[in-house]
Each structure stands twice: as C-alpha cells, then as structure tokens.
Design a protein around this ligand. Structure first.
Ligand SMILES: [Zn+2]
Ligand SMILES: [Zn+2]
Length: 141
C-alpha cells in the first residue's frame, strides 16, 4: 500500500514527505543562488543572508501580463528577494531613486549581469567623465 509507504517516509523524516521535498528543492536553489552570486535582493539590493529570507518573485506581476501563463514561467521575469521585501509592498522599503537621486524608472534602470539594479544615468555620467578625462574619442561607437 502506498499509504503505508508514505506513513513510513513521514515517520523517518519527522515531517510529511511533501514538506521535506519542498525543503530539499529550496536548499538546492539556495546553493545555486549563492554559487552564481545572485543572492542579492531584487527590491532592496542587499544581500540575502539566510535561506529563510529567500523568496522567488516575478519582477513584473504575471497576473496582469498579456499572457499570464507565459509570464509566470518566464525565467527572465524571475528575481530573488528577501521574504519580507517581497511580502511587504508598502513602498517604503523599495528604493525609488539611485544614491545620486536619479529616478529608478523603467527607462533609467538596467540589470547588471549579477541581476542587480543599476542606474543608467549614473552609468552614462561615468562614461562621459572617463571620456572627457582621457580626451580621446572612443572609436568603438
Ligand atoms: Zn530585500
Ligand atoms: Zn543615478
């Protein structure tokens, strides 16, 4: 009987087999997140220090997407964040501007290879500064 099999598994694990499987998946995910240096919060940009803080969220709300199902499974729409940052959408924890005061709008932000949010304006300014300092045109276009 499979019921009996499950009962034994649950007993061995001290929890339901389903709960244990979910925990194992999360531990695997946590390991990969850390190994690939993606353990930074999508919302507050701080490091996610503990596995209990890790949450998976959709950058753009999939419910309101043109194709909700596609959006839900779109890996490029997935970000990691602190559980509290994900659940507390009160606006105060989410930064709306960069340290230089440029707005974090859709147009003014981009993602680094690490997946953290960067300010376009600051990036442009930085490039401009280094160019004017060197006083030679960048021919790479
Ligand atoms: Zn956070
Ligand atoms: Zn900026």
């Amino acid at each position: 009987m499979s019921d009996e099999g499950n009962r034994i598994k649950n007993q061995l694990l001290g929890m339901s087999h389903g709960t244990a499987s979910n925990r194992l998946r999360k531990m695997l995910l946590w390991q990969f997140v850390k190994e690939t240096s993606r353990d930074f919060c999508f919302r507050c940009d701080k490091q996610i220090a503990r596995i209990d803080d890790l949450s998976i969220e959709h950058k753009e709300p999939w419910q309101s997407a043109a194709d909700p199902k596609a959006s839900f499974f779109d890996l490029s729409n997935i970000a990691f964040s602190h559980l509290r940052c994900n659940t507390v959408h009160n606006g105060s924890s989410r930064k709306t501007q960069c340290p230089q005061g440029h707005p974090y709008t859709e147009e003014n932000t981009y993602r680094s290879s690490k997946g953290d949010r960067r300010c376009r304006q600051c990036n442009t300014n930085k490039k401009r500064q280094s160019q004017s300092r060197g006083e030679k045109a960048d021919t790479q276009g």
